[in-house]
Design a binder for this molecule. Structure first.
Ligand code: FO1
Length: 315
């Protein structure tokens, strides 16, 4: 059975993974999920990227936005607002809150996030093994300019409240140096037949996973080929605000620019047909490259992307 290990962020990765499962239904797929955009709100531990993957593959996601629960209601959010509770820029739906209550309770009882995630997946049966990148707390903070100097704000505040419009001077992964890979993560990388980087934000989704001490090295040394799909099409992110995050680290928001960030680990890179010009630039980095349609317009198109990624690096 083909063993595939992927490193995943939120919406883009989750949609891609649905295509991957469709393309190779018999494969044994492990998803290493980003937890650096986790946030504590109203006393609840929220793991947006893990939940997005779990709900999407488990059939419970709100398709129109790509995150959160389908058929959601907001009675609790309305009540919190009536009390004047902050923050008001991030809304938790009633159904989604049940997930955060279970997670928060289990963490308080001493279970690591990996065990909590496994327990939550018992219900959703996502059809993949979902592993948090670490059981340690890591938080992405964004250093932004203020009139009286700079301020570090939580990634979600930058992303959701400010729509990534506040120019980011730096992106800081608080806690990363002391973090260890979660249980099973290094084994999943070592034992994979192929490692896939979905079209996720390279800076704030895949970046934090690779920054956990030991993970990037394991991917670089893995026997398995590593293939990625560009999240940038024709100079713009397919979804989200990856260009703003790339600007913060001084990398051009192009398909070849993103390949450059991962040059030390990539064997193959897919760019969109509209970026065919980038192929020679990527190949010059010693990375096999092909231009194929990369818009996840429907399940068939997404499965075809996944197939093309596997075909690029496997015989
Ligand atoms: N994104 C928003 O733009 N506004 C929200 O109020 C919001 C709430 C939310 C709740 C749970 C969850 O899992 C995700 C949520 N998101 C919300 C999306 C999410 O924060 C971001 O899109 C990702 O974290 C970026 O990877």
């Amino acid at each position: 059975m083909l063993k595939i290990t992927t490193l995943a962020g939120g919406v883009g990765a989750a949609r891609f993974l649905r295509g991957l499962v469709r393309a190779v239904p018999d494969a044994d797929i492990t998803v290493v999920g980003n937890i650096a955009d986790d946030i504590t709100l109203h006393g609840l531990h929220v793991s947006p990227d893990l939940d997005t993957v779990m709900y999407t593959l488990g059939g419970g996601v709100e398709e129109s936005q790509g995150w959160g629960r389908s058929e959601e209601t907001f009675a609790v959010a309305d009540e919190l607002a009536a009390y004047g509770a902050e923050p008001r820029w991030f809304t938790l739906g009633d159904r989604d809150i049940a997930t955060h209550i279970i997670r928060t309770q289990m963490l308080a009882a001493g279970y690591p996030l990996s065990a909590v995630t496994e327990a939550l997946c018992e219900r959703w049966q996502p059809g993949v093994r979902l592993l948090p990148m670490s059981d340690d707390r890591v938080e992405t903070h964004v250093v932004v300019a203020r009139e009286d100097g700079t301020e570090a704000i939580h990634f979600q505040q930058w992303w959701v409240r400010w729509h990534a419009e506040l120019p980011a001077e730096r992106i800081v992964l608080v806690g990363i140096d002391a973090a260890s890979p979660g249980p099973g993560v290094i084994e999943a990388i070592d034992n994979a037949d192929v490692i896939v980087l979905p079209p996720s934000n390279p800076v704030v989704s895949i970046g934090p996973i690779l920054a956990v001490p030991g993970i990037r090295d394991a991917v670089a040394k893995a026997q398995a080929p590593v293939v990625g799909l560009s999240p940038i099409i024709a100079g713009a992110p397919v979804r989200g605000m990856a260009d703003a995050a790339l600007r913060a680290i001084g990398v051009p928001a192009t398909a070849a620019g993103v390949a450059g960030i991962f040059a030390d680990i990539l064997d193959g890179w897919l760019v969109d047909s509209s970026d065919a010009d980038a192929v020679t630039e990527v190949e010059a980095l010693g990375i096999a490259c092909r231009a194929v349609p990369l818009l996840m317009t429907d399940a068939d198109a997404t499965a075809a992307m996944a197939r093309a990624a596997l075909d690029l690096v496997t015989p």
